[in-house]
Structure formats: structure tokens, C-alpha cells
Design a protein around this ligand. Structure first.
Ligand code: GLU
Length: 332
């Protein structure tokens, strides 16, 4: 190679390195500004009341954590305060169930957006007890049942919890027993959904066992920082880029992201795709895990919900982040 060629390559490398530094600095500023902006907003949505223990959480918290491809963490607000991840756990139970029984899972649960509320029972009757997708409550209960088969509830729950601890590289992650007990006492709608599916033969295990595991994995408590860590494999083709651990194949990561995009926000999924343009999964605890493929794993938390049961400020924060970073998968 000529001296001029070598100089050209060196120049390109310097420009790339400089761009990387600029992007990193930019992300740091953007995250800090979003956290400051969200802390000030008066509109905070309404905290979920149907699980009494969740209603005890005030609407004032806001946290955000973004982990880029190099493992840099950008955090703001209440990023280290644990909250109830609720339905965000469904991303991880889906991952485990696919690992356990592969595509046979799709005989018990569909892959279509429901367009219905998260706890709706109407579609189940029309569709013979087979839930529309793994992220509505009925679908997640069917997925939990698949993980449970062949195990005791305690073992299945232990496996789910250890998976979260492994992904987040944090053995302190635990289940909030008060939240689990609260939902177990009052989860009449989920009890109805599970019994209804059982009547169609969609569930293999005793309903109370499956629901016990389901309520407990929904009650896992994590901070935004821990959750963003746990989601990294989805942002990087199934692999944690820092440790090199391969969690799922690139194809499976792509498909889980596709389901998060189309079904991750219940009947607000279309609106979330329109405004944010990233695969995401919300929970009624007010958290959202969002994935910027190839770029970042993002967790936000604010307990106040919109009418579809998705975090109000969480969505606004992600909308601002995706727009300012140019991260929507549909382009700028
Ligand atoms: N444990 C909650 C339920 O089953 C999860 C709902 C959610 O987070 O959207 O109702």
C-alpha cells in the first residue's frame, strides 16, 4: 500500500473515532436533558390501582438508563430505584420458553397484535382459548405454563429469576413478595383467563401453579440500570457484546424484537411504533424496556400510566430519545 493510501486509512479511522466520541457525548447530554425535562412535567398519568400494592407507589418518580454497544451506561433521575417490572418480565419468559420448546410454543399462543386491553377475555372465546400473542396477559400465562411443565413451581420461578440475574449480571435482583401476594389476592381477571384457557386444554399444569409462577415473575423488582443490562442481548443480535455470551440466535433476537414492536404495548402498540419507532415492552409498574437494534438497550420508569396501561412519561421520554438520537428503526 502506498504512503498516501495508509494516510487515507488513518484519516478515516480518526474521523470514526471522533464521531464515536461525539455520539457518546451527545447521548450523555440527551439523557440528562430528558431526565430533567420529565422531572418537571405536571402530566404524569395514573398509577395502576387494580394491584393494591402498586397503588402505593407515588407518580413522581422518573428514571432512565441507556447502555450503548460499548457498554457505556447513561443514566438519569431514579435510574437505580427498583420498581415492579410486571409485564416486562414477559419478554424474558418468552425467551426462556422458546429456548425450552422452540417453535412448538406457537401452537399455544399466536403472534398477532390483539388491539385489545392487556387483560381482555373476549378474543379468547372466539379463538378457542389460544391467546393472540405472548405479551397480553393470557398469552404470558400460556408461556409461563410452558416453562412450568415438567418442573415444580418453585423450580420454574427460580429458573426465571436466575435468568434475570444472569442477564443483568446482578445476583441481588429479587421478587417483591408483597406485590406478588397482592396480585395473588386480587388477580380475579387473570384467574378467569387461566381457567378459560384450561377449559380448552391450552394449559398443561394446575391453574393455581401456573398463576403462582406468573404472579411472581411479574413481581420481580429491578431498576432501570438492571433492566437495560438485561435487555442488551436483544440490541445486539442475541449476544451480550461486553461478555460475548450468546443468549439466543440472531434470528430469535430479531423475532422477539418484532413481537415487542407489534405487541409490546397492548392496544397502544401502534401508537408506540408511530411515535417512538423501537421495539418495546411496557409493564403496569410504569417501566418500559426499549431496544435500539445495534445501538442501545434502554429502560425508562415512571409509574403513571396512560389509558392503555403504558407509562405516560416513559413513552414521552422514549419518543424524545429516539427522535434526538435518530434511533427509530423507520429512519429519522
Ligand atoms: N401482572 C400484571 C397483570 O397480570 C401485568 C400486567 C402488565 O404489566 O401490563 O395484570
Amino acid at each position: 500500500m502506498t504512503a498516501r493510501g495508509r494516510a487515507g486509512i488513518a484519516m478515516v479511522c480518526i474521523v470514526h473515532a471522533w464521531q464515536a466520541v461525539m455520539i457518546t457525548e451527545n447521548l450523555e447530554t440527551v439523557v440528562a436533558e430528558i431526565a430533567a425535562e420529565m422531572a418537571k412535567r405536571p402530566d404524569r398519568g395514573a398509577v395502576a390501582h387494580y394491584i393494591p400494592e402498586l397503588a402505593r407507589v407515588g407518580p413522581h418518580a422518573f428514571g432512565i438508563a441507556v447502555i450503548d454497544a460499548d457498554g457505556n451506561v447513561f443514566a438519569g433521575g431514579d435510574a437505580d430505584v427498583p420498581f415492579s417490572i410486571q409485564s416486562i418480565s414477559k419478554v424474558f419468559t418468552l425467551t426462556l420458553a422458546l429456548g425450552k420448546i422452540g417453535d412448538r410454543l406457537w401452537r399455544r399462543v399466536g403472534r398477532e397484535p390483539s388491539g385489545s386491553p392487556f387483560n381482555s377475555i373476549v378474543q379468547l372465546e372466539r379463538e378457542c382459548g389460544v391467546p393472540r400473542n405472548p405479551f397480553i396477559n393470557a398469552g404470558a400465562i400460556a408461556v409461563t405454563d410452558a416453562i412450568l411443565s415438567g418442573h415444580q413451581p418453585r423450580e420454574a420461578l427460580g429458573e426465571i429469576l436466575r435468568f434475570m440475574q444472569f442477564l443483568a449480571a446482578d445476583p441481588t435482583i429479587a421478587i417483591d413478595e408483597a406485590v406478588a401476594a397482592s396480585e395473588q389476592r386480587t388477580g380475579f381477571r387473570n384467574i378467569a383467563l387461566a381457567n378459560y384457557m384450561k377449559s380448552f386444554g391450552v394449559l398443561e399444569n394446575p391453574v393455581e401453579f401456573t398463576l403462582g409462577v406468573y404472579f411472581h415473575h411479574c413481581a420481580i423488582a429491578m431498576s432501570c440500570r438492571q433492566l437495560a443490562m438485561a435487555g442488551r442481548f436483544l440490541a445486539h443480535s442475541g449476544r451480550n457484546p461486553s461478555t460475548g455470551h450468546s443468549v439466543v440466535s440472531p434470528q430469535r433476537a430479531r423475532r422477539i424484537n418484532a413481537l415487542m414492536l407489534t405487541c409490546g404495548h397492548y392496544d397502544g402498540s401502534g401508537e408506540f411504533a408511530y411515535r417512538v419507532g423501537l421495539p418495546g415492552k411496557s409493564g403496569v409498574g410504569g417501566g418500559v424496556l426499549a431496544i435500539a437494534p445495534g445501538k442501545a438497550s434502554i429502560a425508562v420508569w415512571s409509574p403513571g400510566l396512560d389509558p392503555s396501561g403504558n407509562s405516560h412519561l416513559g413513552r414521552l421520554a422514549l419518543e424524545g430519545l429516539a427522535k434526538r438520537m435518530g434511533w427509530s428503526i423507520f429512519g429519522v
